[in-house]
Ligand binder design. Structure first.
Ligand code: G3P
Length: 224
């Protein structure tokens, strides 16, 4: 599983990059707007925190293919490293994807809600497709089922495109996606923490500490 952090909050990125096996950061215009600061210093700081080898996915704000390509080139030039431009699925986005692949620029096709969108994006050369799990669940779709269908179709056609499931609101959604072979997920720092937390784990650790201290007090192994 490839874990990516879905935020532009610098403190959260610093923390999660240190404590979790993160492969990168994703943003979108809403996430950037939430940070409400200058665009370039923000994304350059994200790159400085995660380094050049981890993925940075930044979404285009342009609507037609030529402008999307130009903007992708500009962002890649400014942030460098392992960069993917996020492009919402649509005719202009597909055209841009095909051009960007020739230029060697990574593409994550986003705002995916159906397997037919995902397969078309993959055939255009997208490196990742990003289905929105919770937004599907919200409309009584089954987000994880859509992810499962996309995973299986990409496999059937031997596509190298990976599923980067997005829009999670709880750990169960992530778990279900992992169970159907989803390649990667992008989640908030809250969800990352949910994925490793369990009250029984806390109780087990408290038990170990109590038993040890009962016999050895404050001594640790290095004190013997
Ligand atoms: O970046 C796309 C995705 O993560 C959106 O999530 O929470 O706005 O549905 P959300």
């Amino acid at each position: 599983m490839i874990y990516i952090l879905d935020t532009a909050n610098l403190a959260a990125i610093k923390h999660c990059n240190e404590f979790y096996p993160l492969s990168g950061v994703t943003t979108n215009p809403s996430i950037i707007a939430k940070a409400n600061t200058d665009f370039w210093p923000l994304v350059e700081e994200i790159r400085a925190i995660i380094g050049p080898d981890k993925m940075l996915h930044i979404q285009t704000t342009q609507k037609n293919a030529e402008d999307i390509v130009a903007e992708a080139k500009l962002i890649k030039e400014r942030v460098g490293g392992e960069f993917y431009v996020k492009i919402p699925i649509g005719e202009e986005g597909l055209k841009a994807t095909m051009q960007l692949k020739k230029l060697g620029i990574g593409v994550t096709m986003t705002a995916i809600f159906t397997p037919t969108q995902a397969l078309m994006a993959a055939m255009a050369g997208a490196d990742f497709v990003a289905p929105y799990v919770n937004r599907l669940d919200n409309i009584i779709g089954d987000g994880c089922e859509v992810v499962a269908e996309i995973v299986s179709q990409l496999e059937n056609y031997g596509s190298p495109c990976k599923v980067l499931a997005a829009s999670f609101k709880n750990a169960e959604q992530v778990h279900k996606c992992a169970s159907v072979g989803c390649h990667s997920v992008t989640v908030t720092d809250d969800i990352l923490k949910m994925l490793i937390s369990h009250p029984m784990t806390d109780a087990a650790i408290a038990g170990f500490d109590k038993d040890w201290h009962g016999v050895y007090g404050d001594k640790t192994i290095k004190d013997f």
